[in-house]
Write a protein that binds this ligand. Sequence first.
Ligand SMILES: *[C@@H]1O[C@H](CO)[C@@H](O)[C@H](O)[C@H]1NC(C)=O
Ligand SMILES: *[C@@H]1O[C@H](CO)[C@@H](O)[C@H](O)[C@H]1NC(C)=O
Ligand SMILES: *[C@@H]1O[C@H](CO)[C@@H](O)[C@H](O)[C@H]1NC(C)=O
Ligand SMILES: *[C@@H]1O[C@H](CO)[C@@H](O)[C@H](O)[C@H]1NC(C)=O
Ligand SMILES: *[C@@H]1O[C@H](CO)[C@@H](O)[C@H](O)[C@H]1NC(C)=O
Ligand SMILES: [Ca+2]
Length: 526
Amino acid sequence: MLYLAALLVHCVPLAMGQYDICKSWVTTDDGPSWEFYACQPKAMRMKDYVTVRVDPAGITCGDPPERFCTHNPYLCSDECDASNPDLAHPPKLMFDSEDEGLATYWQSVTWRRYPEPLLANITLSWNKSIELTDDIVITFEYGRPTIMMLEKSLDNGRTWHPYQYYADDCMEAFSMPARRVRDLSATSANRVLCTEEYSRWAGSKKEKTVRFEVRDRFAIFAGPDLKNMDNLYTRLESAKGLKDFFTVTDLRMRLLRPALGGTYVQRENLYKYFYAVSNIEVTGRCKCNLHANLCTFKEGSLQCECEHNTTGQDCGKCKKNFRSRSWRAGSYLPLPNGSPNACAAAGSAFGNCECYGHSNRCSYIDFLNVVTCVSCKHNTRGQHCQHCRLGFYRNSSAELDDENVCIECNCNQIGSMHDRCNETGYCECREGATGPKCDDCLPNYYWRQGCFPNVCDDELLLCQNGGTCYQNQRCICPAGFKGVLCQQSRCEADKQDCDRAPGAGGSLATVALGVLALQLRAWADL
Ligand SMILES: *[C@@H]1O[C@H](CO)[C@@H](O)[C@H](O)[C@H]1NC(C)=O
Ligand SMILES: *[C@@H]1O[C@H](CO)[C@@H](O)[C@H](O)[C@H]1NC(C)=O
Ligand SMILES: *[C@@H]1O[C@H](CO)[C@@H](O)[C@H](O)[C@H]1NC(C)=O
Ligand SMILES: *[C@@H]1O[C@H](CO)[C@@H](O)[C@H](O)[C@H]1NC(C)=O
Ligand SMILES: *[C@@H]1O[C@H](CO)[C@@H](O)[C@H](O)[C@H]1NC(C)=O
Ligand SMILES: [Ca+2]
């Protein structure tokens, strides 16, 4: 009974039904109607919905079958064989339910290529944004890695960011000081750090887990037992980047050095070094922007069941015909029920004024007798914010209600006539310039604050009398010649010049000085 009570207390904060209803039917002075609240789905065991990928190819043991040592390093009689279900250790064994008794685990090949590092990546993908609500717990059989890294992605694996570093010596492995999450403060709650807590050899086989401590970070705001969740939700709402810190679509464990079971690697017994992961526990809830309290697994991915007339996998936009205001996420505030920030039907107040979510306001213009959107955002303009502002063009593959529907023309200021472009983003170029943004020159033109016709080149406009063409801009003439293409002898042009004809050394120096002067001018132009 005591045990049960303790268990309940432990579970209360996360199971507590805060923000678990999206709407309720209430009776007011004006009669019965719906009242709407911010809402979010319950936390779930996310390993049940994950897809996993292990890299590089061939890192999983058993193909070909291989011997390894576990408990008794002197016998080394254990075997991994991918073709035998009893001896295989495929990645899916990191996500099965462990029945009481024997652990099932994924296992890597052994470190037989030592000293080449034994590297493995385990990538977990959900194809859905997830908000972590409890620690990530990775269980290693036969020792925890001495160096590893946890990375996360927020955009389905397109970009990755470090999440936490783990090493038995943080300074040596990552040039980072060792820190503990418990020592973080309110302003550093989303700091990425290196910890030595889960990598040191404990001299016993009991230390099996590596954690990413979500609870300890929550506790900075909600107190040690997470009793003050109101404070946490207030901070999640107001502290920049804090909510995103706990949000992921993918996680990646980069295993960089296996457990050593001592201070050095025994070269004569490399069969005892490998990775073996029996479980990866990820607890979180679907991110639904506080517009849904249910998240279901449909057609292979998790989807929010959106309320408040929102739609999309994360309830990230307004439903069609509910776009008279821009979409907004719900808010945890004010406590205790939050704000739904629901999408509103188009045209309820003013005829049918759709603004495609680019404006929150419509206005009636008396003398024209029209209703028009006011202060169109996202670089749109027009009565319904349906056009792009000058200097922007329409992204033809984006919906009109997309925030990024208008793309900046980005015309080169010098190369183009003006900063407007056509429907495919092409700018109008000045003479000699070319390219969609007019930042290139046509053949036979050179770029110097705009495109200018070549003065000289290697084909038609050859410098004469041994002159050399400098960046298509001018000929550098030998001492005795001048003119655009050095076509003119100084003697013919100017008798005096000829009389004072300098010696060979002087003329070389003049050429060198000329080159230097041109070089300096070119730099100055940059
Ligand atoms: C693991 O992923 C990182 C990128 O996060 C990549 O640079 C590295 O090559 C990968 N390692 C292996 C062994 O596939
Ligand atoms: C990811 O989810 C979206 C939305 O549910 C779906 O359209 C897409 O096919 C999924 N992609 C993969 C690779 O499962
Ligand atoms: C969503 O639209 C329906 C009509 O289709 C309406 O009855 C309901 O009240 C709206 N919900 C919200 C939160 O605005
Ligand atoms: C145009 O919109 C599509 C769909 O939203 C998007 O994938 C693409 O990146 C956008 N193109 C540009 C150039 O922004
Ligand atoms: C935009 O201009 C480019 C270059 O002049 C042209 O190839 C393209 O067809 C134009 N697009 C439209 C929609 O007019
Ligand atoms: Ca398992």
